[in-house]
Structures are given as C-alpha cells and as structure tokens.
Design a protein around this ligand. Structure first.
Ligand code: SF4
Length: 450
C-alpha cells in the first residue's frame, strides 16, 4: 500500500505536497519522496523514513516548482530499500518523466523478464519501474495519452498513478479502479489529485470527484482534460480500503469510511449479539464500528485500550517481529475500565491472528472477566495481489482454521465475523462494484503466480 499525490498550481507546490503527504502517512511509513517541475527540468528529493524525517526546510525549499507529485511508501512489491523509493524518474525524447504508483501489477515479473531480455537494465526491484519504462518507450511519439493507453494494454493489475512532465500533471487509474484516486480543484486554479480526500481538503481545495476506472486526466495550461482507456471494465474498488486502510474521513468512490465502519458495527451487533457489560474498540478503525455496535445494542461504549499515537500502524510494518513490538508499543489496556467486566472487543480484521491473541491476553491480564471478539470484516482467506500486504494463504489464520479453532487459538470467549453480505450492504451501494477477493476469492484480474 502506498499514498500518492499530485498538484498543479500557479504558486510553489513544495509545502502543499509536504502537508498532503503528511496526511497520507497512514498509507505508508517506510519511505517518501517529492518531484517538482522547475519548468525546464524536474527536481526530486526522496529518502527512507516518515515525511517529517525526510523533508526539512532546507531540502523542501530546493523543490521550487509549481507542478509536483509525491509518494509515501509501504513495500508490497520489491524490498524496503532506498533504491525502491518513489517517485521514480526517467528520460524519454530528452524529456524527464517522474511517476508515483499505488497498487501492484500482477504481470510485472513477466514484463520485467521480457524487457531484460531486450537489454533493459533496471535500477529498482519494483513493478513501478516497468510502468515507467513502458510509458517512456511509447512516449517517443510525443503523445502522453496514447503512451499511457499503450502501456495499459500491457500491464495488468491494480494501479493508480500520478505522473509529472515538465509542463503537465497526468493521473490515471486501472480499468477496474481497484485503488482509489480523488480529484480536487480550488477557485484559484490549483488542481490536486490524491489517494484520499484528506490532502485535498487540508490544502484548501474542494473534492470534485473520483477519477474513474480507466480514466486518464491531463492537467496543463489548457485546464483539466479527461480521456478514457477504451477497454475499461466493471468497477472493482478495493473494499478493504473502507474496512481498514483509509482514514475515517475518506470518501472514496462514493463510500464514506466512517459511516461504512459504523454500519458494519450495527450489522455485526445483529448478526452476532453478545451479552456483555462494555463495547470496547480496537483503535483506530474499530472506533466507529464499536460506536455502531453500542448504539444498536445500548451496551455502553468504553475506551478500554490506550493508543500511543506516536508509533506506526502494526499491519504496515514489514516483518512479524516488528509488527508484534508495534502492537505492544501501540495499545495498552485501561485496567480501571475493563477490570471485572465482560467486554466485547471490536476490531476491523484478523489477518495472522497474532495481534488479536496478544490483545486478548493483555485484556485478561488487566482483569477483564470475559473477552469476546467481533470482527467487522469477514474472515480473510485469500491473499491480495493488488497491493495490500496480506500474507500468503499459509500465514492467514482464517485460511487454515475454522472460526471455533481460531477462537481457541486467540483465546477469546467467543468470536464472530460480519457476513460478506452484511459488509457489502454497509457500502449502501447496489451491485457488485467492489473487489472482495481476500474474502470470497473472486479476483477481478486473475493473479499470475510464478
Ligand atoms: Fe482489496 Fe482484498 Fe481485493 Fe486486495 S483482494 S484489492 S485487499 S478487497
């Protein structure tokens, strides 16, 4: 998972990109970068670490252009190395191109091998470089929209992309629109394109709409122009964005994450009621769901876990050891709230099961009499190939155990998950516009497993 942003403005974009990337920090904390156009050339700064670690007044002031793109990274393809940080940069027809990508190509290994056989030498190990190379190759003819369409003929999988030329900001989204991409415009002419609406609103621009599946948006001195890839497919937006990944204030493809999470809590209270004293959320994404569960059942809501907001999200740490330490650092039970009480913990998902086991053990140590667990997504039984770092099936607890076995393994008094239908209904959108493959195995683009 990653976060991307692009801004076209009449004034310097360096600080706006910095603030925008900071508001996307939850989408990736390993590395970040910014490229701006100085008119006749591009200038890039990037590095490993959080946005406020990589960017200081000194290097930010060097990025003095009016068009720019940025990226925050969590590695799902390639390793967590400096050379894999984005935006990437390359040359075509003597012109520089820079590119930031959110998503994952399923056929990048095949394409990479083919390109290597043609003599291409890669500088990174990420799929994004394949996209950059193909666009640069097809851009030789001078038409960026045609170059992108030709690239889309070849690449398969999930991609939301912002691309920078000397005089243009370009954005495009894969034919299913798997990963999100939002477009905003201000009265004074700033255009901002971002993975979520938060950067748009924080910078003072209004969200105009989502960029559509298969849409290519070009922003330059002539304004905002939209083109479409002819082979656009049915929308299949990632439902996991609303379950876990996006901010509560995100509204992506017409679904607000906070309301979705609250409705999932309400639904779960009907599908899996529980005779307890308190409803306790696992912060942050569990909070709206616990509010929904509590309001529906009239069981009091209580904050029974203190969150340390100065450590990162456990799921987006690359190794298991780091994830376990992050959970301990991040969440601590409130003994005086839970002691002697029967509680239901509301969490967004169970992936490996280690976080849940750890939390339940520590709730009992803090004196909770009973600890029930309710999960606002169905069991994760399949791997994601489109850019969310769910592990292989072998490491997914739900892929290898029944609900009762899971309950025993994590040590809960009871365990229940929302149904796939209940989760779908919580979007308030009719029809099947969402990818739910990690829950139901119906992949919108067949994964290529080498
Ligand atoms: Fe999202 Fe799951 Fe589909 Fe991946 S498989 S895109 S996580 S819904």
């Amino acid at each position: 998972m990653c976060g991307i942003i692009g801004i076209y403005s009449n004034s310097p974009v360096n600080k706006k990109l910095f603030y925008g990337l900071s508001s996307l920090q939850h989408r990736g904390q390993e590395a970040c970068g910014i490229t701006v156009s100085k008119g006749d050339s591009l200038k890039r700064e990037k590095g490993m670490g959080m946005v406020n670690e990589v960017f200081k007044e000194s290097n930010l002031s060097e990025l003095d252009g009016n068009i720019g793109i940025g990226h925050v990274r969590y590695s799902t393809s390639g390793g967590s190395y400096d050379y894999n940080t984005q935006p990437l940069m390359g040359f075509s027809k003597g012109e520089e191109i820079s590119l930031s990508h959110n998503g994952n190509l399923i056929n990048h290994q095949i394409l990479r091998t083919r390109l290597e056989e043609e003599g291409m030498m890669f500088q990174t190990t990420i799929d994004t470089e394949v996209i950059l190379f193909l666009i640069a190759r097809y851009y030789q003819k001078g038409d960026i929209v045609e170059a992108i369409k030709k690239t889309m003929d070849v690449i398969e999988g999930a991609y939301s992309i912002v691309l920078l030329l000397q005089d243009k900001l370009v954005a495009f989204r894969d034919p299913h629109g798997i990963r999100p991409l939002v477009l905003g415009e201000s009265k004074d002419g700033d255009v901002i394109i971002s993975s979520e609406n938060a950067p748009v609103e924080i910078i003072g621009t209004k969200v105009k709409r989502d960029i559509l599946p298969g849409e290519i948006v070009v922003v330059d001195s002539s304004g905002v122009n939209s083109y479409f890839y002819e082979k656009t497919k049915r929308p299949k937006h990632c439902i996991f964005e609303y379950v876990y990944f996006s901010r509560d204030d995100a509204t992506l493809d017409k679904v607000n994450s906070y309301n979705f999470r609250r409705r999932c809590g309400e639904t779960l209270s009907k599908e899996a009621p529980c005779d307890v004293d308190l409803v306790v959320p696992v912060p942050d994404s569990g909070i709206p769901s616990a509010i929904g569960y509590s309001q529906e059942t009239k069981i009091p809501f209580a904050e029974g876990l203190v969150k340390n907001r100065y450590v990162g999200r456990s799921f987006i740490k690359p190794t298991q050891e780091e994830r376990e330490m992050a959970v301990k650092l991040k969440l601590n039970p409130l003994r005086h709230v839970v002691e002697g009480k029967k509680i239901v913990l509301i969490d967004d998902s169970i992936v490996r099961g280690t976080t849940s086991r750890n939390l339940i053990r520590r709730m009992r140590e803090a004196g909770a009499k009973e600890v029930h667990l309710r999960i606002t997504s169905p069991p994760v039984v399949n791997q994601c190939y489109y850019g969310i770092d769910t592990p292989s099936r072998m490491n997914l607890i739900a892929a290898n155990h029944s609900v009762e076995e899971m309950r025993e393994l994590i040590g809960a008094d009871s365990l229940a998950f929302i149904s796939i239908e209940g989760m779908q209904k919580a979007t308030l959108i009719d029809g099947d516009k969402f990818c739910k493959a990690c829950f139901d195995g119906k992949y919108p683009v067949d994964p290529i497993i080498i």
